[in-house]
Design a protein. Sequence first.
Length: 317
Amino acid sequence: MNVLNKIKKFPFVLAPLAGYTNYPFRLICRQYGASLVFTEMVSIYTITKKNLIKKNSHFFYFSKKEKPIALQLFGNNPDLFYEAAKIGQEMGYDIIDINMGCPVRKVVRTGAGANLLDNLQLAEKIVKNTVKAVKIPVSIKIRIGPTEKKNVYLDFNKMAEDNGVKIIILHARTRTQGFSGYADWKHIENLKKKSRLFIIGNGDAKDRNSALKMQKETGCDAVMIGRAAIGNPFIFKEIKNKNYHPDLKEKIETALKHFELFYDFARKRAIFEMRKFFGKYLSDFPYAAKIRKELFAIDDYEQVKDYLKELRKTIIL
Ligand SMILES: Cc1cc2nc3c(=O)[nH]c(=O)nc-3n(C[C@H](O)[C@H](O)[C@H](O)COP(=O)(O)O)c2cc1C
């Protein structure tokens, strides 16, 4: 079955989130039902240098159980995109996604990410080379446009259609908005009406109701969920099954499992990096602030696990 058919079966996917969507978190989201996961954005410079791949192996590691998985690339150089996409395909990813939406200064400064929205010609060269390089589907992740006054998504849709892109992901904000304000879903609806491609809507799907609402109101082929999934992989199962709600025991057990996977993968770094997930997993526990304070003061693997196991006992009692 091709990737798009797999996504159609349950059209809710995990967004690329720098600093979050690495192997352990992606695997857990897949296990809770996300039909596609994305790596965090990876530079075309990094993936085309053997020594940098080795140094940054945590960006590239994935397990077969995560498949289908998309590799997201960012950069500004069409020739390197060609090489990078080829390498990504060889590594076994199922989709190559091109980042045209990141508004972060260190990315846009180089003309990459959301600054490509100002440069359709360069974006087209990048797309052409990427599509030429691989047999697997290529997607682009864009925003509405650079500013409120300048929408470019329909121009990018035409460019994508003309050059063999299969999927467009539209984060329905402008570059200047960053992550503020709200996502204007009418642009997703408009894109879906005008495009021949597979459209993934993104922005402010915060819970089961809003994710289903985006799907219904815009008619998009799939909904992408980002921030709402952090420490809350349960969201995918909640969307699938309206009677399902994780209880505190399941939350803590999933947090523990996530931590164990993370530690096996990243060792000591996992202890610190898990904190941003723990905060969310445990946010609706009684005395959450006290728990966070105590848990974040521990920097030993076994002690973190013991703390969580004790906490589980107090819940079960
Ligand atoms: C911490 C963080 C990291 C992100 N990293 C990426 C990234 O690497 N690549 C990307 O295309 N978008 C990235 N995004 C944007 C998300 O993929 C998504 O488009 C955005 O958060 C809107 O969706 P949401 O409302 O469901 O969170 C990031 C967003 C956040 C909050």
